[in-house]
Design a binder for this molecule. Structure first.
Ligand code: 4AD
Ligand code: MG
Length: 455
């Protein structure tokens, strides 16, 4: 049986006439002569109100015993409504597809995010998570649009890999051996050598940029870092463009353009969900997004940022010191209190950055950049890559990596090396930014964090 979605009905300008809708019961009220049922099928935030006359066939057996959470199919006439929505439905027949048990956990009252995380299999049925996951889908689509419109080629880099791109030792091992055998004879393992889940597709992405010029990846990445923050997940998605014939300036410009593009796309295409999120999750959301979509971002060098932080009167928990990573509180001070807008910090000290970043002429810093946004901090991390063979070789050695293992990466510098640059945008961080949701666990369908891999 064909169905009309709730969104199609609610958004139509002329009366759609008769239709069949299917969905889940959000609420039901019975009066003597009628029942009022609100159903939702996920196509829109708003529910469709259905009025069921007590005289329809099977009213006593089906409609009366219907509970919140049940799935139904209703055929009827769409008519103008006196209520909140433009249209409602007058049921001619109603079929119960699956009733719901009495202990259905999503009754009308609001629930805490912690409780909803414990029922991650049911939480997409709430207004909040419906909105978040519709937006997650739209943003994924908009990311592909952004790159495809600009002629970037989408590359699938491997999920299982032998190289630790970021050199932070935060890799999940992939093995078919038990612990004892793994220790004794690691080369008996499935791939004949140690293998891991990737932390980044960048290195493999570079090989494709050095052939197709402009490429991007968009896939899952994994980090075994034991960070218990609201911004770190063990499994998250990353978007990594890589551009040949490109320097740090162009790299920063692309990152800024991309953030603006995605925010504008959300404002244009997710208006209903954003209005809800702005009302119930983050009061300043819409204003902030409109501001970000139209205003220029700031840029500041790491050295100047450190100086600025040292001069501020703000009391930080972590000391600000040249040569150390900026902490989230420092990043937030820059975006929220000092500049009051997104900021790109560039040219970081060589000691705190991975082997592949390009050494600047000052010999002290590398051509790295982090794009920081209010409320979150780092959302993008990127750099120009070291394209000079001798400097890269020295870096590999300096980082105690084996040139043999990275021979293919070094080869890119032996055969037609070019200046190139790229960055990684954390997809969930972007979603936190555009939805106003403050915990990364609530923008991932089934979040994986230290100590928890439920569902
Ligand atoms: O700054 P990161 O570590 O950079 C890279 O991985 C580079 N290889 C990217 C590149 O140049 N191609 O990570 C990039 C972004 C961060 O800015 C952050 O948004 C996100 O990935 N990210 C995380 N998101 C959620 N949970 C985590 N544990 C994350 N770690 C990084
Ligand atoms: Mg980073």
């Amino acid at each position: 049986m064909s169905r009309t979605t709730v969104a199609q009905i609610l958004r139509s300008s002329n009366s759609p006439g008769s239709a069949t809708v299917k969905g889940w019961v959000r609420t039901k009220r019975d009066s003597k002569a009628f029942s009022f049922i609100e159903i939702n099928d996920g196509s829109s935030l708003a529910n469709l109100q259905i009025i069921v006359d007590a005289t329809i066939d099977g009213y006593e057996t089906s409609v009366h015993s219907l509970r919140t959470g049940a799935s139904i199919a209703v055929e009827g006439e769409v008519v103008a409504s006196q209520g909140k929505q433009k249209w409602e439905m007058q049921a001619a027949s109603l079929m119960v597809l699956g009733n719901s048990d009495e202990d259905y956990p999503l009754q009308k009252k609001g629930h805490s995010p912690e409780f909803l995380r414990s029922i991650a299999h049911l939480r997409p049925r709430t207004n909040l998570f419906g909105a978040v996951f519709r937006m997650r889908s739209r943003m994924a689509y908009a990311i592909h649009n952004f790159f495809q419109q600009r002629g970037f080629v989408y590359v699938h880099t491997p999920i299982i890999t032998a190289s630790d791109c970021e050199g932070a030792g935060e890799m999940f091992r992939v093995t078919t051996l038990d612990g004892k055998t793994l220790d004794k004879s690691p080369d008996e393992d499935f791939f004949g050598k140690p293998a891991y889940l990737t932390v980044s597709g960048q290195l493999e992405g570079e090989t494709f940029a050095c052939a197709l010029s402009n490429i991007y990846t968009f896939g899952p990445t994994f980090r075994a870092e034991n960070s218990h923050t609201s911004r770190h997940a063990s499994e998250f998605w990353m978007i990594e463009p890589e551009m040949a014939f490109c320097d740090l300036q162009e790299d920063m410009a692309l990152a800024e353009e991309m953030i603006k593009y995605l925010v504008s796309d959300a404002l244009e295409n997710c208006a209903e969900d954003l209005e809800f999120l702005g009302k119930f999750v983050d009061k300043g959301l819409l204003e902030r997004l409109k501001f970000v979509a139209t205003r220029d971002f700031e840029r500041i060098s790491y050295t100047d940022a450190v100086e600025l932080l040292l001069k501020s009167d703000k009391k930080f928990e972590y000391k600000v010191e040249y040569g150390h990573n900026l902490q989230s509180e420092h990043e937030r001070y820059l975006t929220e209190e000092h500049f009051k807008c997104p900021v790109t910090v560039y040219d970081y000290p060589v000691e705190i950055k991975p082997f592949y970043m390009r050494r600047n002429d000052d010999e002290k810093t590398v051509a790295a950049m982090d794009l920081l946004v209010p409320g979150i901090g780092e959302i993008v991390g990127g750099s120009q890559r070291e394209e000079r063979l001798d400097v890269l070789r020295a870096n590999i050695k300096h980082h105690d990596l084996s040139e043999e293992e990275y021979y293919w990466y070094v080869d890119l510098r032996r055969y037609g090396s070019v200046p190139h640059a790229g960055f990684g945008l954390g997809f969930e961080r972007l979603l936190m930014f555009v939805t106003g949701v403050s915990n990364i666990r609530d923008v991932i369908p089934f979040p994986r964090v230290p100590g928890s891999a439920e569902f």
